[in-house]
Design a protein around this ligand. Structure first.
Ligand SMILES: [Zn+2]
Length: 159
């Protein structure tokens, strides 16, 4: 790893209460590792008996609507923008559920639980299939979508 400002090779240096942190000996500054931020959305039907799942990237399993947070954007803005973009739904309410770091994409992901205004999905080009599932049936559909499954399971056990 190199310093993003001056290009010097980073060293590891002890930082009180933080452990060994990358350090630029030229800038004399700690350089904390960078990661992306994004969100997943458990989108519920207006009566909250069903959840909207989508298929993307030619996988056999379904997944949750998700997306990366743009620079300058809040997680809530990401949620509203991505839901509108991917499935063209408006939300009547939403709340954060839990979050988890996903190593594969070096992303910290927040999971929201949101209630849709109606069930009239208009998928965009990124969405190959979509379906409203009864909550109990969503487990099977999400099998294979590791993080989405974990978040959905958390939701079912904590709501
Ligand atoms: Zn530097």
């Amino acid at each position: 790893m190199f310093c993003e400002f001056c290009g010097t090779k980073l060293e590891k240096k002890e930082l009180l209460n933080e452990g060994m942190i990358p350090y630029c000996p030229n800038c004399k500054e700690y350089r904390f590792p960078k990661f992306s931020v994004g969100m997943l959305a458990i989108i519920l039907s207006p009566d909250q008996s069903e959840v909207l799942l989508i298929k993307q990237y030619d996988t056999s399993f379904y997944r949750l609507v998700a997306g990366y947070t743009n620079k300058g954007e809040s997680l809530e803005e990401t949620l509203i923008r991505e839901v509108k973009e991917e499935v063209s739904l408006d939300l009547v309410s939403y709340k954060p559920l839990t979050s988890s770091y996903w190593e594969k994409s070096n992303t910290l992901l927040e999971c929201f639980v949101a209630v849709a205004k109606n069930k009239e999905v208009v998928p965009n080009y990124e969405v190959q299939e979509y379906k409203w599932f009864k909550l109990a049936d969503a487990y099977n559909a999400l099998d294979g979508a590791k993080l989405a499954y974990k978040f959905f399971d958390y939701f079912m056990k904590n709501n």
